[in-house]
Design a protein around this ligand. Structure first.
Ligand code: 5AD
Ligand code: SF4
Length: 462
């Protein structure tokens, strides 16, 4: 995923500028991976804006190039390295160019990245983002290689205020970092460290700042937001946090991601009926429809527990949309296990699904199991599952035809200059004819066509 270039207001405050040359300098960032990584890149850009770096979309213009890599699956790791290999060649024409490799992939690999890419200047982990200006100054002054991938016991990086792109209506807000769940396939707990929550005061302060910039919708980010506050000693859990955010003037919509099914409480389910600004959508990764596989994955719930939670969500909030993640080809997944995943999909009918082939990751518990599902079988299972999901998504979107949906208008549509784009409360993209004066407004849209990945509609005249 490319990090979109934009003007970032000077963040200031974190570092004094006296040791850094304040002539105009350009920063090019390339981001791979999830919303967490995108948000990490926004924080890098905000911090570096404070010491004079302006974003560019042209890597050849850059004085500093940062690759924010993802290591969740082997494919993502390969992509980040091939991009790094391509960009690092720019040092041949511009010897003053500094190239850094950061994020959870760098945290994972540490100084091994230097042996793979000797021309690299800087390697930094997710816990060290706040030290970026200091690291870059050291590379500039001492012309030596810098590596900071140690874990911190504080959450300094999370408290960096990263303004979203100018004119944004929606913004991400990290409320915690790390994960204590140790799902057998997942490398995240080893990369992002133990779970740590930000204080409600810091989060609310950040959201209030965002409202001043015109933001109307916030998505609260964490690996498992349901366990927010567990280690804080002032009794604020995720539900009380949502209720506090609901009271902030200027915020019209609240979303969150990701939730772990085992920690989804009845109290949180009730919020979908009781908290007016909480949007009717939940991303609840199930990973598999087989109890045998879920046990091997160390997920801590059964298919029956998961189905029961979906039932409760739908009884409290019938219009809620449900999205999920599924892994196919986990070690030991038999044909019967796979069929049970398909059966679960048929029963639940997800609005949207992110599906992956199992990818063995070093250091995880699953690495000790034999990766015994052949690649061709994994590929076929993924293809069949995605074809079924397409049918379900189409069915869900077609069912909305004729309904009137409240759409928060985010900007121009990618499809056509004459169209605007926004999302329903249930997180579905809607394209419709309209002008830029609608950006930031909630508009009633009558859905005329449900397509596979989006809806088409027209403004409902009142
Ligand atoms: N292989 C395949 N998919 C994975 N995910 C996490 N780790 C792996 C892995 N080793 C998927 C899970 C998770 C999503 C973010 O990525 O489905 O929910
Ligand atoms: Fe990984 Fe499981 Fe933590 Fe999600 S909950 S980040 S899948 S270990």
């Amino acid at each position: 995923m490319k990090f979109v270039s934009r003007t970032i207001p000077q963040s200031g405050g974190y570092y004094t500028r006296d040791w850094i040359d304040m002539k105009k300098k350009y920063l090019y960032i390339e981001t791979f991976g999830c919303q967490m990584n995108v948000h990490d890149s926004e924080q890098m850009a905000a911090l570096l804006a404070g010491v004079g770096y302006q974003l560019t979309e042209n890597s050849e213009q850059a004085d500093l190039i940062l690759i924010n890599g993802c290591s969740i699956r082997a494919k993502a790791e390969q992509k980040a390295f091939s991009e790094l290999g391509r960009l690092i060649k720019l040092k041949e024409q511009n010897p003053r160019l500094i190239v850094g490799f950061g994020g959870c992939l760098a945290q994972h690999l540490g100084k091994k990245v230097f042996s793979r890419m000797p021309a690299l200047d800087l390697v930094f982990g997710t816990h060290n983002i706040h030290r970026l200006p200091e690291m870059i100054a050291a590379v500039q002054k001492e012309r030596k290689k810098i590596k900071h991938t140690d874990f911190s016991t504080k959450i300094t990086s999370l408290n960096i205020f990263a303004p979203p792109p100018e004119g944004s209506i929606c913004a991400f807000v990290s409320i915690m970092q790390g994960c204590d769940n140790y799902c057998a396939y997942c490398v995240v707990p080893y990369l992002r460290g133990p779970e740590m929550s930000r204080t409600p005061e810091d989060i609310i302060g950040e959201i209030k700042k965002l409202t001043k910039l015109g933001v109307k919708e916030v998505t609260l980010l964490g690996q498992n937001v349901n366990s927010y506050g567990k280690k804080l000693d002032h009794g604020c859990n995720f539900v009380s946090l949502i209720k506090k955010i609901n009271k902030i003037d200027g915020i019209e919509r609240i979303r969150f991601t990701t939730s772990h099914p085992k920690d989804l409480s009845d109290e949180l389910i009730a919020c979908f009926a009781d908290v007016p600004k909480l949007c009717e959508h939940i991303h609840l990764p199930v990973q598999s429809g087989s109890n045998h596989v879920l046990k091997l994955m160390n997920r801590g719930y059964s298919v029956e527990d998961y189905s029961e939670k979906i039932k409760r969500l739908r009884s409290v909030c019938p219009q809620i949309s449900i999205t999920s993640d599924i892994i196919v080809g986990f070690p030991g997944e038999t044909k019967k296990d796979y069929q049970e995943t398909i059966d679960l999909m048929e029963t639940i009918r997800f609005d949207l699904l992110f599906s992956f082939k199992y990818s063995e990751r070093k250091g995880t518990a699953a690495q000790k199991l034999q990766d015994d599902v052949p690649e061709t079988v994994k590929r076929q299972r993924l293809e069949d599952l995605q074809a079924l999901q397409d049918m379900h998504a189409q069915e869900k979107n077609s069912a909305l035809e004729g309904s009137v949906q409240e759409v928060l208008v985010e900007g121009q549509s990618k499809n056509s200059e004459k169209d605007m784009m926004g999302r329903t409360r249930s997180w579905k993209i809607v394209n419709f004819k309209g002008g830029p004066e609608l950006i930031g407004r909630q508009v009633d849209i009558k859905i005329t066509k449900g397509q596979l990945h989006s809806l088409r509609g027209k403004i409902e005249e009142t």
